[in-house]
Structures are given as C-alpha cells and as structure tokens.
Ligand binder design. Structure first.
Ligand SMILES: NC(=O)C1=CN([C@@H]2O[C@H](COP(=O)(O)OP(=O)(O)OC[C@H]3O[C@@H](n4cnc5c(N)ncnc54)[C@H](OP(=O)(O)O)[C@@H]3O)[C@@H](O)[C@H]2O)C=CC1
Ligand SMILES: O=C(O)C1=N[C@H](C(=O)O)C[C@H](O)C1
Length: 262
C-alpha cells in the first residue's frame, strides 16, 4: 500500500531558497508541490516560473491550492503574516525565513495551538550549523564570554542572521554566569557589534561567501573557536527534506531542526 504524498506550498518560490526547495520537492517522490506563493509574482513575470503546469502560482491567499505544509523562505517583514495565513488555511508551517522575534514566535505558537496544528521554525537547515549551536551552548557553561561573527553572501537582505540570533540565545541558555562587562570606549559606531542576549554579533556581507558562522569564546589564558561553513545550498536541502517528511507529525509549533533529528 503506498502512503499518500505530503503536499507542499512554497512561499518565496522565486528566491534563492524557494527555487532550490521547489526543485527538491519536485525531485522527491514523497512530496508533491501543489502550489507556490508570492504576491508580487503577477506584477512581473508570473509565467516564467519553470514549474510544471499543474503547480498553482498563487498571488493571493484565495488562490491557494489544497496542501498539507506551507514552506516559507521569504523575508523577515512578511514571514509572520504568511504563517498566520498558512495556519488560517489549516496548513502546517515549516519556516526557514529568518527574523521572527521571540514575541512573534510566541504569538504564532498560540495561534497554532488554537488551530490544533503543529509546525516548525528552523533558523538553519544545515547540520553543521545545528551542531555548532549545540556545541556553543555546551561551551558557554564554562566560557560565558563569547562573540559571534556571521558571514554571508552580499545579497542577504537581513542582519544579523537568524542563525546568529539563535546561537546567541543558546549561549545565554548555556551560561551559568554573566560575561564580563565591556568597558570599551568605541570611537566608531557599531564597532563592537550588535548585542543579543549579552553576546556581540558581527555581521559580514561579502561576495564569494555563502553562509558561515564563527563563535569565539575567551577564558583565563585560553580561547575556543567553533566554526561552520556552508558552501552549497544543497546542504540546506538535506534538512528541508527531513523536516518536510516529519513536520506534520508535530503537535506544537516548535523551533529548531533538532526537533525532528533522530
Ligand atoms: N533556515 C535556513 O536554513 C535558511 C534560511 N534562509 C532564510 O530564508 C529567507 C529567504 O532567503 P533567500 O531565498 O536567500 O532570499 P531571497 O531574497 O532570494 O528570496 C526571498 C523571496 O521572497 C519573496 N517574497 C517577498 N515577499 C513575499 C511574500 N509576502 N510572500 C511570498 N514571497 C515573498 C521575494 O520576492 P520579491 O523579490 O518579489 O519581493 C523573494 O523571491 C531569508 O530570511 C534567509 O535568511 C536562507 C537560507 C537558509
Ligand atoms: O540568508 C541566508 O543565506 C541564510 N540565512 C539563514 C540565517 O539568517 O541564519 C540561514 C543561513 O545562515 C543562510
């Protein structure tokens, strides 16, 4: 007996991650791409999607086809509204878009609970980044003084990266004492980075880079550096497939790929 396919709508389908996700879904028998969503698609070139003709190109929520999962790779300004729309349509959200604040996540979790739906918000679908965050949390127990350098391609629209924010949260959760106070007198604005959970984050945007993160811990007479490098968006697709295959089994809206890792 064959199991039914997991039907997916991809929001942000013309972006870097949306394009890669559509191809990944189309190439995997476990999934069916029933639709894609972008309100701007009709304004320009709604017909140049290179998608099979049966995939519905929706520019309004009224045009959304039947589906099980809403995969979101859009922008920090629209993602909260998109997830609300998904939940209102009974779709399980799988969110790769960065930039959701803690308050927004809590509000979406409440909305998901009232709709009796689960889902997953994933700061990073790459295994190396997931492991880095876990290792950083462990290290913070012994090394509360830490700084993050995140390095991304020059087309990235947002800063700091969602992964860096999640890593800062993990460091804060792992700390058993607060870091030393910073007494620097900066002569240039922003030179000490942006502070999240008492962790300075330095965001680098350069051509040639894709996605990289380094966490520097300093202790008494010693230092520890943890680093991960993403060289190819295919690495994210491993996590996307894993999450798509399991997200409909979740009973709450959770955060982190580790929620579906064995
Ligand atoms: N979790 C993870 O592992 C990863 C997460 N990301 C995150 O995913 C997000 C997307 O990244 P990336 O693909 O590189 O970005 P892109 O800028 O390439 O793509 C974003 C797309 O979203 C579209 N869009 C804008 N508004 C809406 C809307 N309301 N509904 C649907 N689509 C919309 C944009 O269209 P238009 O140009 O017409 O506005 C654009 O095509 C970012 O937040 C990024 O940080 C990226 C890589 C991995
Ligand atoms: O925009 C990207 O490229 C990435 N965004 C995510 C983030 O903001 O952390 C994940 C990864 O870093 C790639």
């Amino acid at each position: 007996m064959s199991e039914s396919k997991i039907r997916v709508i991809v929001a942000g389908f013309r972006g870097s991650m949306g394009t890669a996700s559509c191809q990944t879904i189309l190439n995997d028998d476990r999934f069916e791409l029933t639709g894609v969503f972008d309100p701007h698609a009709a304004l320009t070139d709604g017909n140049d999607t290179h998608l099979p003709s049966q995939v519905v190109v929706a520019t309004t929520e009224d045009e959304l086809p039947e589906a099980d999962v809403w995969l979101d790779f859009t922008t920090p300004t629209v993602v909260e509204n998109n997830v609300e729309v998904a939940l209102q349509h009974g779709l399980v959200p799988l969110v790769g878009t960065s930039g959701l604040t803690t308050a927004q996540i809590k509000s979406l979790q409440a909305l998901a609970a009232s709709a009796h739906l689960g889902g997953l918000i994933v700061p990073n679908f790459g295994l190396s980044a997931v492991l880095l965050t876990q290792f950083a949390k462990q290290a913070a127990k012994y090394f509360p003084n830490a700084e993050i350098i995140e390095m991304h391609h020059a087309d990235k629209r947002d800063a700091p990266s969602g992964t860096a924010v999640a890593t800062a949260h993990a460091i804060a959760a792992g700390r058993q004492q607060q870091p030393d106070s910073d007494h620097t007198e900066s002569s240039v604005d922003g030179v000490r980075g942006g502070i999240v959970d008492n962790v300075p984050i330095h965001a680098v945007r350069l051509p040639g880079y894709l996605a990289h993160e380094q966490v520097l811990f300093g202790g008494t007479g010693e230092a520890l550096t943890i680093r991960q490098d993403t060289y190819d968006r295919e690495s994210f697709m491993v996590g996307v497939k894993l999450a798509l295959s399991k997200v409909t089994t979740l009973t709450e809206l959770k955060v982190g790929l580790e929620q579906v890792l064995d």
